[in-house]
Design a protein around this ligand. Sequence first.
Ligand code: ADP
Ligand code: MG
Length: 307
Amino acid sequence: MDRPGLTLPTAAPREPEFGHDALVVCDNVVRIFQTESVEVQALQGLDLLVHEGEMVAIVGASGSGKSTLLHVLAGVDAPTAGRARVAGHDLADMGRAERVHYRRTIVGFVRQQSSQNLVPYLTASQVVDLPMTIAGLARKVRRARTQELLETLGVSDCADRRPDQMSGGEQQRVAIAVALANQPRLLLADEPTGELDSDTAVEVFAALRTANRELGATVVIVTHDAAVSGQVARTVAIRDGRTSSEVVRSGGSVGTPGGAEEYAVMDRAGRVQVPREFREALALTRRVRLTLAENRVEIRSDRGEGA
Ligand code: ADP
Ligand code: MG
């Protein structure tokens, strides 16, 4: 265990680029929707890193920007400002051909309404086959992969059924198979269990976990189901178009209470959101006092304390 003597660098080493080793990088992403008279800032400088192999839940109130974020990551919408990069693709600056390639092979997307994921007149086998046909894969390869996917996700019974012959949970699991057909690096799911009862939601969630663990996809799932966010190692909360806090569970304790720690997210400019309960408890308002203590930073009300 010999260590070479420490030498001080003559110049400060260049800081690696933000998120250089992450699969998904959102760096100060802004998305503004301009309608006739109003301007909606759906994403207001959102930072997010997701590493290869992770399974992350995004939670947040309705209107907080979750779907907007997924649409940006899926390559169906582009940020107004900021940097968004997935697997080396700069999502703010993709040409047509790159965008088509990106959407076909790098990401898979599962929507909330299963009717938007499937095609009414195609059976499960046919609809899973479709993206592979478009990608030009050989019939034999397509057939084997379709069978494997339906089996792995527990819906091989549905191979020859059309959506109206499947339950809601089966439809969503077939939709996951479709999204995985071209072996995307990143699987996105926007409230995939939103229309399902809780037992069925558990099945669909298990299928997403299988996609992550057995099929190797990195998974980002938007949900407002607290039960779902309790099942993943990392939950990121979005508030007003920004990531505001994260809950991280330690390895072995996924799905069990305890072992979870909540973090506030600091952006690259050093901004942190103080939870409302904390602000109310100490009547913190516009201006607060910050002090650096030995191993912590303290935030205090700017009133009182003899000052
Ligand atoms: P969430 O999925 O968290 O409910 P969204 O990302 O759908 O939130 O929406 C965030 C905000 O952006 C909302 O105020 C919504 O009304 C607005 N918004 C989303 N899409 C559009 C659009 N195409 N045109 C105008 N406003 C939009
Ligand atoms: Mg939404």
